[in-house]
Structure formats: C-alpha cells, structure tokens
Design a protein around this ligand. Structure first.
Ligand code: NAD
Length: 491
C-alpha cells in the first residue's frame, strides 16, 4: 500500500513520522493509501517552513508578471488532467464524477483570477498631498503562508488560496485533509512541472500536530483554514495569539425560503440539487427549506418528487447523481441526528437510511431524507448535519422567515425563491448571511468575488478568492516623499 510522501523544497520526501492513517474509498472501504499521521509530522512541517523561508527571499523580488507565468501552465495542466484528477476525487471523497469535474472547474477559475494579480496588486498614488509631496501605497508579500483544507472539496479549496499567495510573492505550505490527500498529491505532481523555484510551494501531511506546528512557528506569517466551526475558531484564536494573520472558514446551516409566488417548475430541481448535491456535504448545501403561508402542499410534493428520483450509488458509475458520505462515523452521526429529529417530534416523510447499493454493500450510503414537522425549538434546526437530510418548515410571513434565519449562529448562505423583486430585495438587505442567493440554490461566489461567510461561519476579516485574496496575502506600505521644485538641479 502506497505510503504518501511530503513535497518539500521541490522534492518528494518521506515523513519522519512512522504512524499512518488509511485513506479509504467511502463507496467500498477499499484502502487507497496510507498517510503520515502523528507527532513527527510537526518535524516535517519545520523542514517545509525553513525551505519556504529560504525560497521567499528571492521569490518576493521576482517581477509579478513573471510570478504568474507558472499559473498559466498550471491551468493548462489541470485542464489536460481533469478527468484523471476527477476520478481521484471521486474515489477518495465519494462525490460523483460530474461533481468532481465541477469542483476542478472552480479551482481553474481561481487560477485564472490570480493571473490578474499584476493588475490587482497595483499601487495607489496621490500627487501633491502637500506642495511638492507625493504619497503612495505599495503591497508587499507576507512571507511563509500556510493552508489547512477540509475533506469535502479536495481539488478546489487549496486553489482558493495557493494561486493568490504565490502570485503575491509569498511561499506556501498546504496540509490537505488526511481523509482525502490523494487529489493534492496529483496536483503537486503538476505543480512540480510548471517551473516554480524549489520551496515556493510545499505539501505536508498530517492532522492536528502539523496544524499546531504551523500555528506556533514564528516564521509562518499567515494561515488560511477551511473546515468545521469548532476547529476554525481554535485556529483563529491560537493563530492570532501567535501574531499571525488568519482567515478561518467554518461550518454552516443554510436555509432556502420559498415564497408562494416562486416558480416551482423552475425551482424544485434546483432546490433538491442544493440539498443533496455532494451528498449534502457542501458548506453551501441548503438543509432547511422554509415556506410561508398555508399553500405549502405543492412545494412539499415537488421537492419530495425531485428528491425521490435522485439516483444514489458509486460516483464513477454512469447516471449516478449522489455518492456516499465520507466515512462510517459520519454516516452514523447523520443517522443519529435523524433519530434526534424523530425524538423531537419530526415525521420522516422520505427515509434514506438503510439504502443499499448493489455491489457496494459496504459503502457509506444514505439516500435523500426529508423531515417534516420538526419543532422550531429543536436543536436540529440549528445543527449542521453535513449529509443528505432536509427539514421542511412552514412559517407565517416573510418577516417571520427572516427572523428565524437570523436567529441561527451560522451565516454562510441564505437563499430565496420568488418572482417578487421587492421581496427579494428585502430578503437580501435584511438577512444575516454573507452569501445570498435569489432564485439560486447554491450561492457560491465566482472566483472574482470573496467567499463571504458571516457569524460562526467565518473568523477573520479578509475572505478567500479574488481581491480579498490579494489583500490577505499582502501587507500595505505607505510611502510619503518630498521633492520640492527648488531642489531640482539645473543641467
Ligand atoms: P474538520 O474541521 O474536521 O477538518 C478540517 C481540517 O482541519 C483538516 O485538514 C483536519 O486535519 C484539520 N483538523 C481537524 N481537527 C483539528 C484540530 N483539532 N486541530 C487542528 N486541526 C484540525 O472539517 P472537515 O470534516 O474536513 O470538513 C467539513 C467541515 O468543513 C464542515 O463543517 C463544512 O461546513 C466546513 N466547510 C466550510 C467551508 C466554507 O467555505 N465555510 C467550505 C468547505 C467545508
């Protein structure tokens, strides 16, 4: 069984740590590889930081137009290798082949956006702030920057950060999720071919030990994290206490509000895709569907039918629309949450538990599940399930719906389906959420916009992607200079 290596200072090197964790295909429990996991990974991290620090001294002075040239090559290589990488994503993460290709497209869009860094990083200049005095602001890189990524988008999330960080002149260390490290192993094979100086990008495996070593290392200047809220908060607090710049994206509980004037023919499939796409393991997956008024029967029927017909199975098989969840532990946690819903009074009107996929009896499969009549006070209304489970809730008015949505401690995404511009405008204006969808089921910002989680869905200031990425990965320096006319020499 392959034991995965780190990529440090331009070479593939074995970890100092001998303990390992298995990388498992969630559809059939096949062991795909072993990843270093334990205390020794903090020593691997130390090696990577030193290599990245040495590389930084020169890389920061490479002209920005040259720094983005390798990204153009990376884009081409990712496009040429999309099918192969997508197969790896599906094997280790479980999502369907089409979903895996979709996330790679999003990765490529971030690389394309980061290729605009020569423009995005341009300085601001004011002439004559006083007589004979000019002032300008330049952006300089920070140094060694680290990224810790979650399991659910192994091919996309590292590219929310890496292209911007290096285009701005920083060096970079990635720790992928130990559950899905193979996707980035393949991507780093490609990163090895694009002409970056050694030490500019590095990959170190592991878990908490690697992360703590990043948080504590004095040469690490910035941390980008995506994962659960509990860990995001820990990373933000500890990283900040150690003087680092931190952006930490956390979990979510996303509502979709359907007003009586919504076009159900258009909406129900989009809504079912939002809930059940990637088996509900998206931080932008909707999990509370809210209707207002008395006429909710039609909504319920149309979403029920759109959910019922979702074909669940192995993501590499033809026609499959939903794969397994990531692990056996995750599956049983989701089943327990459904039970809690039942205990609190919910009716399970579509039950995806005990779903068997022929040929994949060991897989972590759950089919779409819908709960109705869950009391508004139930903790489950506010708990991130991160699986293919939907609760249906009916409230009296748009105001009540906004109040309910704003009572949630997360704030990643809120969507509304309506044909009323005025209702949509009120919703987008009043809802406490950083990403808002209007007749959109998954309000994922394109690469040129920031991924704007709020509340407990985000800790920090500057978000991932686009201009925020440039601002996060640079520090401003303001220069004020005086060159009075009288000082100019006569030649
Ligand atoms: P996770 O928090 O368990 O793990 C994320 C990363 O943190 C992994 O690399 C893991 O090794 C590391 N980690 C885990 N425990 C740690 C600890 N105690 N100390 C230090 N590091 C630790 O998250 P996950 O299960 O991989 O991903 C799912 C979560 O990520 C969900 O909550 C989902 O909503 C969230 N997510 C959020 C966004 C977003 O943009 N807000 C995007 C994707 C996923």
């Amino acid at each position: 069984m392959e034991l995965l290596k780190n990529y440090i200072d331009g070479s593939w090197t074995s970890s100092i740590e001998e303990n390992t964790k298995e990388v498992i295909n969630p559809a059939n429990q096949q062991i795909l590889a072993r990843v270093p996991f334990g205390k020794g990974t903090s020593k691997d991290l130390e090696k990577a930081v030193l290599a990245a620090q040495v590389a930084f001294h020169d890389w920061k002075n490479v002209p920005v137009m040259q720094r983005v040239q390798p990204l153009y090559k990376l884009k081409t290589l990712l496009e040429e290798n999309t099918d192969q990488i997508a197969r790896i994503i599906t094997m280790e993460c479980g999502k369907t082949f089409a979903e895996s290709k979709g996330e790679l497209q999003r990765a490529i869009e971030n690389i394309e956006t980061a290729c605009s860094t020569p423009t995005l990083i341009q300085s601001e200049f004011s002439e004559n702030v006083a007589r004979g005095v000019d002032e300008f602001m330049i952006r300089q890189p920070l140094g060694v920057c680290c990224c810790i990524s979650p399991f659910n988008f192994p091919g996309m999330i590292p590219f929310w950060f890496l292209p911007y960080a290096i285009a701005c002149g920083n060096t970079f260390i990635l720790k992928p999720s130990e559950k899905v490290p193979l996707t980035m192993m393949k991507c780093f094979e490609l990163l090895d071919q694009i002409g970056l100086p050694k030490g500019v990008v590095n990959l170190v495996h592991g878990g908490k030990e690697t992360v703590d070593a990043m948080l504590e290392h004095p040469l690490v200047k910035a941390i980008s994290f995506v994962g659960s809220t509990e860990v995001a908060r820990y990373i933000y607090q500890k990283g900040s206490a150690y003087g680092k710049r931190v952006q930490a994206q956390g979990g979510a509980k996303n509502p979709i509000l359907i007003l009586p004037d919504a076009d159900l023919d258009l909406s129900s499939k989009i809504i079912a895709d939002s809930v059940f796409g990637c088996a509900g393991q998206r931080c932008l997956a909707a999990s509370n569907i809210i209707t207002v008024g008395d006429e909710n029967g039609l909504v319920k029927d149309s979403i029920y039918h759109a959910s019922l017909t979702k074909k669940t199975g192995y993501g590499l098989d033809e026609g499959i629309e939903m794969g397994p969840v990531i692990s056996k532990e995750s599956k049983s946690r989701i089943e327990q949450l459904i039970q809690i819903g039942e205990r609190d009074g919910a009716k399970v009107i579509l039950d995806g538990r005990n779903h068997k996929v022929p040929g994949f009896e060991n897989g972590n499969f759950l089919a779409p599940t819908i709960l109705e009549d869950l009391p508004i006070k139930s903790e489950l209304m506010k708990t991130e399930i991160f699986g293919p489970v939907l609760t249906l809730l009916t409230l009296k008015s748009l105001d009540d719906a906004i109040e309910f949505i704003n009572s949630n401690h997360y704030g990643n995404m809120a969507c509304i389906f309506t044909s009323s511009g005025a209702s949509a405008r009120k919703f987008r204006n009043e809802v406490n959420s950083g990403n808002v969808g209007i007749n959109i089921g998954v309000a994922a910002p394109m690469a040129q916009f920031p991924f704007s989680g709020w509340n407990n869905s985000f800790f920090g200031d500057l978000h991932a992607q686009g201009r925020h990425g440039i601002e996060f990965y640079t520090q401003t320096k303001v220069v004020i200079e005086r060159w009075p006319k009288e000082w100019s020499r006569k030649f």
